[in-house]
Design a protein around this ligand. Structure first.
Ligand code: F6R
Length: 608
């Protein structure tokens, strides 16, 4: 996954592009580059490493004069991070420059064909093929040439292209990778995501599948895959620009953890009306809900972990069978789906390639797909039959926190709605669950108030080598996410285990001082997990326990205890995850790592 920004207008392009790329660094940050047409030719500057290297090299863009340009921040897929592989890429004459996000799947075949025609390649990337193909088809009419290339490349791509022989326009193309077009008094913009251009405009156009845009200083025009002009309506972005900035916090991750009460409140409250759950986006009648025999939840990473939690909630509360799948597994195992089943895909970005493909497979099998999505207008939100948005606002830190919490909130609402409609819970039970839901945002806030204690504990464990997270039932689902949060940003090896599974192998790894984080929010499983705590203690483990207020006798066995406020068993994840997110955050800070940009990762994974 990579970030693209392009500008044509009345101002200098490079500073605007670099500023925009800085907002997209969450998408990739192993190298960056900018190409600007300076009135005579296209000048390109690239640099390995974080964007600031390029910013300093170009004096924040001032060494690249010109009012039309494209830029890129890269997360390597084809070819290692290097100056040569960094975008923009050029044709041999240097007259066509291309930036690309996604993967050209048939690039080798195309590259070999071009080599047979005498073309030479500089980089190992799939992107250079596009620049060289445009050269091969070059007719002087960029739109016609782009359409030809569009019909020959396969895979996922959003592209920004400039031609030195037609320096009055930027061209943009999109297929299965995000790209937006913005318009303001200063000029026209392309970007992979809204925060990159929010400073200049709130009026954006979402490019559709296989659509092409031509941007000039004063105008934007759209075309379909055959080059026929089409009309598009702009969308008004209502986000607060501040929401995409750090707002005084040291890292986006901490800011976003602090935004969790708001994200949960805004996801829940508009859908709770007079003690009833009303999910407008759910275009299913009660009769249709009653007929759903099974739900399949498909997602990746943390979003998958919310699905694991949801399985316990739907099945426990509503006796509704749920399968949960990792999208990259689901798509290749020819899943057994019946047309009456409902498929729920969960994704913050709405762009995750495997999740998008899972949605398409579900459609092929005749199922309706409900998306739980955070990014408006994203690919999954456009292809799903129904979209329930999580109102978490822009999430910038690579490690998800507030979107995860908002996804849980959306899933609770669905589980309540389905359980009630199917007659599995009474009016009184529904009312009690709704009361618990309404209290969640304040309870999260309360937990955030205890952050210093977690910070102190994290500082003691900065040097930890291995950490095990254990729990049963929903506590196991919480452990999965707690463990992922820690390892992805602090690079500490950590594993989540169903507590009862530990003695089938993993317990042999426990030695003097090994940190075991035990989650015990489920009353009926409390004693069982307590026995597992005793077992690891007997082998020398240091135990951090996260449990409900009032369970003070745990202090006999656990070395450090974090209490969470009382809620019902189904919603405990929303509370127990907060100290675990903070723990991961503070271990990473303690190690001096780049919390918001963990190595090798990217915010939205648009490649499989
Ligand atoms: C972990 C994390 C990832 C994402 C996963 C799915 O902190 O953020 O595991 O949850 O890549 O991404 P989305 O939700 O955008 O589909």
């Amino acid at each position: 996954m990579c970030g693209i920004v392009g500008f044509i207008g009345k101002e200098q392009a490079a500073p605007i592009i670099l500023e925009g790329l800085a907002k997209l660094e969450y998408r990739g940050y192993d190298s960056a580059g900018v190409a600007v047409y300076d009135g005579e030719s296209i000048k390109v500057e690239k640099a390995m490493g974080r964007l600031k290297v390029l910013e300093e090299m170009t004096h924040y863009g001032s060494t690249l004069p010109g009012t039309i340009g494209i830029g890129h921040t890269r997360w390597a897929t084809h070819g290692q991070p290097s100056n040569i592989n960094a975008h923009p890429h050029l044709n041999a004459k240097g007259t066509i420059s291309v930036v690309h996000n996604g993967i050209i799947e048939n690039y080798l075949q195309l590259k070999n064909r071009l080599i047979r025609h005498g073309y030479e390649f500089q980089s190992e990337t799939d992107t250079e093929v596009v620049a060289q193909m445009l050269d091969y088809y070059y007719s002087g009419d960029p739109l016609e040439d782009i359409v030809k290339v569009l019909h020959r490349i396969e895979g996922s791509f959003s592209l920004g292209i400039i031609f030195s022989e037609q320096p009055d326009a930027i061209y943009a193309v999109r297929k299965s990778s995000p790209l937006i077009v913005g318009k303001s008094a200063e000029g026209s913009f392309i970007a992979s995501d809204v925060p990159a251009i929010l400073k200049y405009t709130r009026k954006v156009y979402y490019l559709g599948e296989n659509e092409v845009a031509k941007l000039t200083c004063d105008d934007v025009t759209f075309y379909d895959a055959d080059g026929e002009q089409i009309e598009k309506e702009p969308v008004e972005i209502k986000w607060d620009a501040e929401a995409a900035e750090k707002g005084g916090y040291e890292h986006f991750m901490l800011k976003e953890i602090y935004e969790e009460p708001k994200a949960v409140r805004e996801t829940l409250m508009p859908r709770i009306k007079d003690d009833r759950i009303e999910i407008e986006e759910l275009k299913l009648t009660d009769e249709e809900i009653r007929k759903i025999p099974k739900i399949h939840i498909v997602a990746c990473g943390s979003a998958y972990h919310t699905g694991v939690t949801a399985k316990y909630v739907f099945e426990g509360m509503g006796r509704i069978p749920v399968d949960v799948d990792i999208a990259s597994e689901f798509r290749y195992r020819d899943p057994l789906l019946s047309e009456e089943d409902l498929v729920i895909v969960i994704s913050q970005s709405g762009e995750t390639a495997d999740t998008l493909e899972a949605l398409r497979i579900a459609h092929k099998k005749g199922c309706k797909v409900l998306g739980i999505i955070n990014v408006l207008g994203s690919s999954i939100s456009r292809e799903a039959d129904m979209v329930m948005y999580t109102w978490a606002g822009p999430e910038i830190s690579v490690a998800t926190t507030k979107a995860y919490s908002a996804q849980l909130a959306a899933l609770y609402l669905l589980a309540l709605k389905f359980s009630y409609v199917k007659g599995a819970i009474s009016d009184q039970e529904l009312a009690a669950y709704i009361d618990d839901l309404k209290r969640l945002p304040d309870q999260i806030e309360l937990l955030l108030g205890g952050k210093e204690r977690i910070q102190r504990f994290a500082n003691r464990y900065v040097a930890a080598k291995d950490v095990f997270f254990i729990g049963r039932g929903i506590d196991y689902a919480i452990s999965l996410e707690g463990s992922l949060k820690l390892k992805e940003i602090s690079y500490v090896h950590s594993e989540a285990y169903a507590a009862g599974e530990l003695k089938h192998g993993t317990i042999s790894l426990i030695e003097e001082g090994t940190l075991v984080a035990a989650v015990l929010t489920q009353k009926d499983l409390y004693q069982k997990t307590m026995s597992n705590i005793v077992e690891v203690k007997a082998r020398g483990a240091f135990v951090l326990a996260v449990t409900n207020e009032g369970n003070t006798e745990i202090e006999k066995n656990a070395d450090y205890v974090i209490y969470i406020p009382e809620t019902n068993k189904y919603f405990a994840n929303s509370l127990a995850i907060i100290p675990l997110q903070l723990f991961g955050y503070y271990v990473s800070v303690g190690k001096g790592y780049d919390v918001d940009h963990p190595r090798n990762l990217a915010k939205s994974v648009t490649v499989e």
